[in-house]
Design a protein around this ligand. Structure first.
Ligand SMILES: C[S@@+](CC[C@H](N)C(=O)[O-])C[C@H]1O[C@@H](n2cnc3c(N)ncnc32)[C@H](O)[C@@H]1O
Length: 268
Protein backbone atom coordinates (compact mmCIF):
# COMPACT_ATOMS: atom_id res chain seq x y z
CA UNK A 1 0.00 0.00 0.00
CA UNK A 2 1.29 3.44 -0.85
CA UNK A 3 1.77 5.58 2.24
CA UNK A 4 -0.25 8.81 2.10
CA UNK A 5 1.65 12.05 2.75
CA UNK A 6 -0.08 12.59 6.13
CA UNK A 7 1.02 9.17 7.42
CA UNK A 8 4.35 9.15 9.32
CA UNK A 9 6.76 6.42 8.18
CA UNK A 10 6.78 4.46 11.46
CA UNK A 11 3.01 3.98 11.60
CA UNK A 12 1.58 0.75 13.04
CA UNK A 13 -0.89 -0.38 10.38
CA UNK A 14 -1.62 -3.75 11.97
CA UNK A 15 -3.69 -2.43 14.84
CA UNK A 16 -6.57 0.04 14.83
CA UNK A 17 -5.83 3.44 16.35
CA UNK A 18 -8.63 5.03 18.36
CA UNK A 19 -7.79 8.41 16.79
CA UNK A 20 -8.13 7.07 13.22
CA UNK A 21 -11.26 5.07 14.10
CA UNK A 22 -12.88 8.22 15.54
CA UNK A 23 -11.87 10.09 12.37
CA UNK A 24 -13.74 7.42 10.39
CA UNK A 25 -16.88 7.81 12.56
CA UNK A 26 -16.79 11.54 11.77
CA UNK A 27 -16.52 10.93 8.02
CA UNK A 28 -12.81 11.82 7.83
CA UNK A 29 -10.28 10.32 5.44
CA UNK A 30 -7.29 9.85 7.77
CA UNK A 31 -7.82 6.16 8.46
CA UNK A 32 -6.74 2.78 7.10
CA UNK A 33 -8.45 -0.54 6.33
CA UNK A 34 -7.58 -1.89 9.80
CA UNK A 35 -9.36 1.11 11.37
CA UNK A 36 -12.41 0.86 9.12
CA UNK A 37 -12.79 -2.88 9.78
CA UNK A 38 -12.67 -2.24 13.52
CA UNK A 39 -15.11 0.68 13.21
CA UNK A 40 -17.53 -1.53 11.28
CA UNK A 41 -17.57 -4.02 14.16
CA UNK A 42 -18.33 -1.20 16.59
CA UNK A 43 -21.04 0.14 14.29
CA UNK A 44 -22.64 -3.26 14.15
CA UNK A 45 -22.92 -3.23 17.95
CA UNK A 46 -23.89 0.43 18.11
CA UNK A 47 -25.03 1.98 14.80
CA UNK A 48 -25.50 5.49 16.24
CA UNK A 49 -21.81 6.02 17.13
CA UNK A 50 -21.28 8.63 14.33
CA UNK A 51 -24.20 10.65 15.71
CA UNK A 52 -22.75 10.36 19.23
CA UNK A 53 -19.36 11.55 17.92
CA UNK A 54 -20.96 14.56 16.20
CA UNK A 55 -22.81 15.48 19.42
CA UNK A 56 -19.52 15.22 21.27
CA UNK A 57 -17.89 17.63 18.81
CA UNK A 58 -20.84 20.01 19.22
CA UNK A 59 -20.23 20.01 23.00
CA UNK A 60 -16.59 20.87 22.36
CA UNK A 61 -17.63 23.89 20.28
CA UNK A 62 -20.16 25.04 22.90
CA UNK A 63 -17.48 24.84 25.59
CA UNK A 64 -15.02 26.90 23.53
CA UNK A 65 -17.68 29.58 22.97
CA UNK A 66 -18.60 29.55 26.69
CA UNK A 67 -14.93 29.94 27.62
CA UNK A 68 -14.48 32.76 25.14
CA UNK A 69 -17.54 34.53 26.60
CA UNK A 70 -15.80 34.33 30.01
CA UNK A 71 -12.72 35.98 28.52
CA UNK A 72 -10.58 32.82 28.45
CA UNK A 73 -8.33 33.08 25.40
CA UNK A 74 -5.88 30.21 25.84
CA UNK A 75 -6.76 26.57 25.33
CA UNK A 76 -4.98 23.24 25.71
CA UNK A 77 -6.85 20.42 24.00
CA UNK A 78 -5.60 17.16 25.54
CA UNK A 79 -6.28 14.08 23.38
CA UNK A 80 -7.35 16.42 20.60
CA UNK A 81 -7.62 13.76 17.89
CA UNK A 82 -7.15 14.09 14.14
CA UNK A 83 -8.23 17.60 13.08
CA UNK A 84 -11.76 17.65 11.68
CA UNK A 85 -14.40 20.32 11.12
CA UNK A 86 -14.90 22.87 13.90
CA UNK A 87 -11.52 22.52 15.57
CA UNK A 88 -10.86 24.49 18.76
CA UNK A 89 -8.69 27.16 17.10
CA UNK A 90 -11.30 27.76 14.39
CA UNK A 91 -14.06 28.41 16.94
CA UNK A 92 -11.85 30.32 19.40
CA UNK A 93 -10.00 32.48 16.87
CA UNK A 94 -13.20 33.38 15.05
CA UNK A 95 -14.46 34.87 18.33
CA UNK A 96 -11.10 36.28 19.36
CA UNK A 97 -8.28 36.31 16.80
CA UNK A 98 -5.75 36.57 19.64
CA UNK A 99 -6.82 33.22 21.13
CA UNK A 100 -4.02 30.66 21.46
CA UNK A 101 -4.52 26.91 21.20
CA UNK A 102 -2.23 23.95 21.89
CA UNK A 103 -3.31 20.54 20.64
CA UNK A 104 -1.87 17.48 22.37
CA UNK A 105 -2.25 13.90 21.18
CA UNK A 106 -0.05 10.85 21.21
CA UNK A 107 -1.31 9.53 17.90
CA UNK A 108 1.27 10.14 15.12
CA UNK A 109 -1.40 10.80 12.45
CA UNK A 110 -3.18 13.34 14.68
CA UNK A 111 0.15 15.15 15.21
CA UNK A 112 1.28 15.01 11.56
CA UNK A 113 -2.04 16.19 10.14
CA UNK A 114 -2.34 18.86 12.85
CA UNK A 115 1.15 20.18 12.05
CA UNK A 116 0.28 20.30 8.35
CA UNK A 117 -2.91 22.33 8.74
CA UNK A 118 -1.52 24.64 11.45
CA UNK A 119 1.74 25.43 9.67
CA UNK A 120 0.72 29.03 8.94
CA UNK A 121 -1.06 29.75 12.23
CA UNK A 122 1.43 31.16 14.73
CA UNK A 123 -1.09 31.19 17.59
CA UNK A 124 -1.47 27.40 17.57
CA UNK A 125 0.80 24.42 18.13
CA UNK A 126 0.40 20.67 18.06
CA UNK A 127 2.55 18.45 20.20
CA UNK A 128 2.87 14.69 20.38
CA UNK A 129 2.70 13.83 24.09
CA UNK A 130 1.01 11.63 26.67
CA UNK A 131 -1.70 13.64 28.42
CA UNK A 132 -1.04 11.62 31.57
CA UNK A 133 2.19 13.62 31.99
CA UNK A 134 0.88 17.17 32.35
CA UNK A 135 4.04 18.60 33.97
CA UNK A 136 6.06 17.62 30.90
CA UNK A 137 3.44 19.18 28.62
CA UNK A 138 3.47 22.49 30.52
CA UNK A 139 7.28 22.47 30.46
CA UNK A 140 7.39 22.04 26.66
CA UNK A 141 8.89 25.12 24.98
CA UNK A 142 6.11 25.21 22.37
CA UNK A 143 3.49 25.29 25.14
CA UNK A 144 5.43 27.94 27.09
CA UNK A 145 5.61 30.08 23.96
CA UNK A 146 1.80 30.21 23.65
CA UNK A 147 0.29 29.66 27.09
CA UNK A 148 0.85 32.08 29.98
CA UNK A 149 0.24 29.95 33.10
CA UNK A 150 -0.42 33.05 35.22
CA UNK A 151 -3.61 33.71 33.21
CA UNK A 152 -6.80 31.57 32.96
CA UNK A 153 -6.53 28.61 30.59
CA UNK A 154 -9.19 26.19 29.38
CA UNK A 155 -8.15 22.54 29.46
CA UNK A 156 -10.22 20.29 27.23
CA UNK A 157 -10.43 16.58 28.00
CA UNK A 158 -13.07 15.63 25.49
CA UNK A 159 -13.91 11.96 24.99
CA UNK A 160 -10.50 10.94 26.24
CA UNK A 161 -10.56 10.20 29.99
CA UNK A 162 -12.36 6.91 29.35
CA UNK A 163 -8.99 5.83 27.94
CA UNK A 164 -7.38 6.46 31.36
CA UNK A 165 -7.97 3.40 33.59
CA UNK A 166 -8.63 3.66 37.34
CA UNK A 167 -5.11 2.30 38.12
CA UNK A 168 -3.72 5.48 36.55
CA UNK A 169 -5.79 7.59 38.95
CA UNK A 170 -7.63 10.05 36.70
CA UNK A 171 -8.83 12.10 39.72
CA UNK A 172 -5.22 12.70 40.74
CA UNK A 173 -4.36 13.51 37.13
CA UNK A 174 -6.99 16.24 37.03
CA UNK A 175 -5.79 17.53 40.40
CA UNK A 176 -2.26 17.67 39.00
CA UNK A 177 -3.43 19.53 35.88
CA UNK A 178 -5.49 21.97 38.00
CA UNK A 179 -2.49 22.71 40.22
CA UNK A 180 -0.65 23.99 37.12
CA UNK A 181 -3.45 26.44 36.27
CA UNK A 182 -4.23 30.01 37.34
CA UNK A 183 -7.47 30.79 39.22
CA UNK A 184 -10.31 31.30 36.74
CA UNK A 185 -9.03 28.46 34.53
CA UNK A 186 -11.46 25.74 33.53
CA UNK A 187 -11.37 22.01 32.85
CA UNK A 188 -13.96 20.57 30.44
CA UNK A 189 -14.64 16.83 30.35
CA UNK A 190 -16.85 14.57 28.27
CA UNK A 191 -16.79 10.88 29.11
CA UNK A 192 -18.51 7.62 28.05
CA UNK A 193 -20.91 6.04 30.53
CA UNK A 194 -22.66 2.65 30.69
CA UNK A 195 -25.86 4.11 32.19
CA UNK A 196 -27.79 4.47 28.92
CA UNK A 197 -27.93 2.15 25.87
CA UNK A 198 -26.15 -0.21 28.24
CA UNK A 199 -26.10 -3.29 26.07
CA UNK A 200 -24.86 -1.56 22.91
CA UNK A 201 -22.19 0.55 24.59
CA UNK A 202 -21.08 -2.47 26.63
CA UNK A 203 -20.51 -4.42 23.41
CA UNK A 204 -18.72 -1.48 21.79
CA UNK A 205 -16.48 -1.03 24.87
CA UNK A 206 -15.64 -4.76 24.79
CA UNK A 207 -14.34 -4.37 21.26
CA UNK A 208 -12.03 -1.54 22.40
CA UNK A 209 -10.51 -3.84 25.05
CA UNK A 210 -8.62 -5.51 22.18
CA UNK A 211 -7.02 -2.25 21.04
CA UNK A 212 -4.02 -0.42 22.48
CA UNK A 213 -6.54 1.87 24.23
CA UNK A 214 -9.05 -0.11 26.31
CA UNK A 215 -12.06 1.83 27.57
CA UNK A 216 -13.09 2.41 31.20
CA UNK A 217 -16.66 3.67 31.26
CA UNK A 218 -17.80 5.56 34.34
CA UNK A 219 -21.14 6.41 35.92
CA UNK A 220 -22.44 9.97 36.17
CA UNK A 221 -21.37 10.04 39.85
CA UNK A 222 -17.87 8.77 38.97
CA UNK A 223 -17.53 11.37 36.21
CA UNK A 224 -18.65 14.08 38.64
CA UNK A 225 -15.99 12.87 41.08
CA UNK A 226 -13.30 13.43 38.43
CA UNK A 227 -13.78 17.19 38.92
CA UNK A 228 -12.45 16.93 42.49
CA UNK A 229 -12.12 20.42 44.03
CA UNK A 230 -13.21 22.31 40.92
CA UNK A 231 -16.42 24.36 41.06
CA UNK A 232 -18.84 22.96 38.49
CA UNK A 233 -20.39 25.48 36.12
CA UNK A 234 -24.13 25.24 35.53
CA UNK A 235 -25.78 22.85 34.67
CA UNK A 236 -23.25 20.51 36.33
CA UNK A 237 -22.39 17.08 34.94
CA UNK A 238 -25.16 16.13 32.54
CA UNK A 239 -25.61 14.04 29.43
CA UNK A 240 -23.47 15.71 26.76
CA UNK A 241 -26.29 17.17 24.59
CA UNK A 242 -27.86 18.70 27.72
CA UNK A 243 -24.82 20.86 28.54
CA UNK A 244 -25.96 24.35 27.54
CA UNK A 245 -27.63 23.28 24.27
CA UNK A 246 -27.77 25.93 21.52
CA UNK A 247 -31.54 25.52 21.18
CA UNK A 248 -32.82 23.92 24.42
CA UNK A 249 -36.40 23.51 23.14
CA UNK A 250 -35.21 21.37 20.23
CA UNK A 251 -33.61 18.52 22.17
CA UNK A 252 -35.04 15.20 21.01
CA UNK A 253 -35.64 12.16 23.23
CA UNK A 254 -32.28 10.69 22.11
CA UNK A 255 -30.52 13.48 24.05
CA UNK A 256 -31.73 11.83 27.25
CA UNK A 257 -30.48 8.42 26.06
CA UNK A 258 -27.00 9.78 25.29
CA UNK A 259 -24.44 7.36 26.80
CA UNK A 260 -21.88 9.93 27.95
CA UNK A 261 -21.72 12.81 30.43
CA UNK A 262 -20.07 16.20 30.24
CA UNK A 263 -19.29 19.13 32.47
CA UNK A 264 -16.96 22.06 33.05
CA UNK A 265 -15.19 22.83 36.34
CA UNK A 266 -13.60 26.11 37.38
CA UNK A 267 -10.29 26.43 39.22
CA UNK A 268 -10.68 28.58 42.39
C1 LIG B 1 -12.15 9.63 20.86
S1 LIG B 1 -10.81 10.65 20.39
C2 LIG B 1 -11.41 12.25 20.90
C3 LIG B 1 -10.83 13.38 20.08
C4 LIG B 1 -11.33 14.78 20.49
N1 LIG B 1 -10.96 15.10 21.86
C5 LIG B 1 -12.83 14.86 20.36
O1 LIG B 1 -13.52 14.70 21.37
O2 LIG B 1 -13.32 15.08 19.25
C6 LIG B 1 -9.62 10.31 21.67
C7 LIG B 1 -8.21 10.88 21.37
O3 LIG B 1 -7.42 10.82 22.55
C8 LIG B 1 -6.11 10.42 22.19
N2 LIG B 1 -5.49 9.84 23.40
C9 LIG B 1 -5.91 8.76 24.12
N3 LIG B 1 -5.09 8.59 25.19
C10 LIG B 1 -4.13 9.55 25.12
C11 LIG B 1 -3.00 9.88 25.93
N4 LIG B 1 -2.69 9.17 27.03
N5 LIG B 1 -2.24 10.95 25.58
C12 LIG B 1 -2.55 11.68 24.47
N6 LIG B 1 -3.61 11.42 23.67
C13 LIG B 1 -4.40 10.37 23.99
C14 LIG B 1 -6.30 9.45 21.05
O4 LIG B 1 -5.13 9.32 20.28
C15 LIG B 1 -7.47 10.10 20.30
O5 LIG B 1 -6.98 11.00 19.33
Amino acid sequence: MERPRWAPADLDLDRPSVARVYDYYLGGSHNFAVDREFAQQVLQAMPNVPQLARENRAFLRRVVRAMSALGVDQFIDLGSGIPTVGNVHEVAQELDPKARVVYVDWDPVAVAHGEAILEDNDRTAVIGADLREPAAIFADERVKALIDPSRPTAILLIAVLHFVPDELKPIELIGQISSLLAPGSHVAISHASPERQAEQIGQAANLYQKTASPVTMRSQAEIEALFGDLDLLEPGVVQTPLWRPDVPGELGPEAYEYPAYAGVGRVR
